[in-house]
Design a protein around this ligand. Structure first.
Ligand code: SAH
Length: 253
């Protein structure tokens, strides 16, 4: 299925968020990764100027957010929900790793709407909230400091969703932007450069053909490392030709 369609089926559900700034950060994290469906279960304060500020260019995600009174309402119509928890709970779903669990989440997104469920900043998810989910994820962390900021946790999971939706290879170039491609220089073009370089270095006295030493092989080694492009050979030969004009040595191929 089209990756964008899969991502559009992923809801990010924030349960009882206390800080509007974190709601804004979550919206921004989502939009950078192509997610757009934000659900807020009894947020303490929303809408809020601080949320808008932290969302920056993702205010549209905030405006389109759905506010619900219960987690059940936020999960209505979904076929699979994953709880995000920094710690394992008694009887909760077995804790999985983000990558594997998100792979499952996107497989389920092929069948219907799915959800990532995040907890309150201070107390996390309640057991009751976790029991609404069919899988759970802990983001691996420093064991002595395991609780991420809510917006950061949303960022990590949104990134994993993008990677999974695009088969681990999301395009990095914006659509419509053509990356610069230049044809590589051919062997004869590069040999022409070496000949030209040798002629100029001989004329200036930098290179003495009677005592060649290792200069020419070292220059070949230098240029050989960079896989010269045709344009680059032309630039370098232009530079060489300009020194020949100034010094009146004439051009020797
Ligand atoms: N003090 C809370 C954590 C609150 S952080 C607790 O101990 O549970 C707010 C939310 O971010 C968490 O409820 C969880 O959904 C998510 N989160 C933060 N760190 C996480 C981690 N290491 N793994 C998975 N989710 C995490």
């Amino acid at each position: 299925m089209n990756p964008e369609v899969l991502l559009s089926r992923v809801r990010v559900v924030l349960c009882r968020p206390s800080h509007p700034g974190n709601i804004g950060a979550a919206a921004r994290a989502m939009k950078t990764m192509g997610l757009s469906r934000l659900y807020l279960v009894t947020p303490k304060q929303f809408p809020d100027a601080e949320a808008d500020t932290r969302a920056t260019g993702a205010v549209d995600v905030l405006r389109a957010a759905t506010v619900t009174a219960t987690l059940d309402e936020a999960l209505a119509g979904t076929v699979f929900a994953v709880a995000l928890s920094a710690r394992q709970r008694d009887l909760g779903p077995a804790i999985g790793a983000p990558r594997e669990t998100v792979a499952r989440l996107l497989a389920e997104a092929g069948l219907g709407e799915v959800a990532l469920v995040f907890g309150n900043e201070t107390v996390g998810l309640s057991n009751e909230e976790i029991f609404h989910c069919q899988a759970a994820v802990t983001i691996p962390t420093n064991p002595d400091f395991s609780s991420l900021n809510l917006g950061s946790a949303v960022q990590v999971l949104s990134y994993e969703c993008r990677m999974a939706a695009f088969g681990e290879k999301p395009p990095v170039v914006a659509p419509g932007v053509t990356p610069f491609v230049a044809p590589p220089a051919t062997n004869d073009e590069v040999e022409g450069l070496y000949g030209h370089l040798e002629a100029v270095m001989t004329a200036t006295g930098f290179y003495n053909p009677e005592q060649p030493g290792r200069l020419l092989p070292k220059l070949r080694r230098l240029f050989g490392r960079v896989r010269l492009e045709r344009d680059e050979v032309n630039i370098l030969r232009g530079v060489l030709a300009s020194t020949q004009v100034r010094t009146g040595h004439g051009r020797k191929e």
